[in-house]
Design a protein around this ligand. Structure first.
Ligand code: P6P
Length: 338
């Protein structure tokens, strides 16, 4: 069968009325920027871009040189096209407006330019995560509050995983689709259309070193998985933890599984570890469109009404039956506490 390129897929989506021309251009530009990020990360030590940048981001986390480089690549690529009103990034305190010299568009782009970058120096897969919102009609100079839209309003979401192959996974709300970068011709080619995540799974992903800090329902749920076939679940489970959300989520999108970053006593005051606007929401959109589920342990992630651009939430996502099982334990515990 003739391979379908990303641009052909985008034209098909436009003809189907799923996206407009401006959004189609936006995705093309982001995909091209991610190819450049992939080249930069692929150089490794030879590119002189490993290691710390010597600066901290808005989260107070030490930035890697490639965090800063990846952020700049995405900002520069999206400045001139006329498809965006502003960008927001994990690496920037405030949104960056499109420079006045360029036309502005009707979209807002949010991204984590290089998620999992602590893995860069040890050559483990990392990725870019992005989310697209509509800029409110009467807003010409978007501020942070104009980005504070629930995940259900996303027009598009995607990630690019820089692994043995470079893959783009994308949704416009009409299924989740995967594109593989054909390095010989430099274009993303459709490799999986309408991905479905199995409802059941025997594989979970969580950072077990936080176990003693978890809330009681999380202790109960994970304890039952660890008890295996001799415990209440009556089956054995396997565990994976890459500590790179894009890599862990892509495994789940590919073969099922469930990913948890629950509240724990260390991070409770911050609301969680992962960021709602440019990590949890886009991943939730992608996973739900593939038949999976995504909650905070108490509510659907995409229903959360944001209160801050860099707000954090707990994340439970993946195979729907396990997400619902763990979420049910949290709701039961909350009800019991009254
Ligand atoms: P921990 C990477 O820093 C990240 O934001 C996600 O990509 C990843 O899932 C998580 O943090 C890893 O957290 O506690 O294992 O370092």
């Amino acid at each position: 069968m003739k391979p379908v390129s990303l641009i052909q897929f985008l034209i098909e989506e436009r003809r189907a009325g799923h996206i407009n021309t401006e959004l189609s251009l936006l995705i093309e530009v982001v995909a091209r920027a991610c190819k450049r990020i992939g080249v930069a990360t692929g150089k490794g030590a030879l590119g002189g871009v490993l290691g710390a940048a010597g600066t901290d981001n808005v989260q107070g986390e030490a930035q890697k040189k490639l965090d800063v480089i990846s952020n700049e690549i995405l900002l520069e690529a999206n400045a001139w096209g006329g498809h965006l009103a502003a960008c927001a990034s994990e690496e920037m305190e405030d949104p960056q407006p499109i420079p006045d010299m360029y036309p502005k568009g009707q979209h807002l782009l949010l991204f984590d330019p290089l998620d999992g970058s602590s893995n860069i120096d040890v050559n483990i897969s990392v990725g870019t995560i992005f989310s697209v919102l509509r800029c409110p009609d009467d807003v010409t100079d978007p501020k942070a509050e104009h980005f504070l839209q629930a995940g259900t309003t996303q027009l598009a979401a995607g990630y690019v995983v820089y692994g043995p192959s470079t893959l783009l996974v994308l949704t416009f709300g009409h299924g989740t689709h995967e594109f593989t970068l054909d390095r010989e011709i430099g274009s993303f080619t459709l490799s999986r259309r309408d991905i479905r995540i199995p409802e059941q799974t025997g594989e979970f992903a969580i950072n077990m070193s936080n176990q003693r800090h978890w809330e009681a329902p999380m202790q109960r749920y994970i304890g039952e998985l660890l008890a295996g076939k001799d415990g209440p679940r009556g089956r054995d489970f396997n565990m994976r933890w890459v500590a790179s959300m894009v890599a862990d989520v892509h495994r789940i999108v590919t073969r099922g599984g469930v990913f948890f970053y629950p509240l724990d006593a260390k991070i409770k005051s911050k609301g969680g570890k992962l960021r709602l606007m440019y990590e949890a929401n886009p991943m939730a959109f992608i996973v739900e469109q593939a038949g999976g589920a995504a909650t905070t342990g108490r509510e659907r992630i995409m229903d959360v009404q944001p209160t801050g651009l860099h707000q954090r939430v707990p994340v439970f996502l993946g195979s729907s039956q396990e997400v619902e099982h763990a979420t049910r334990y949290h709701r039961e515990a909350d009800s019991a506490q009254g």
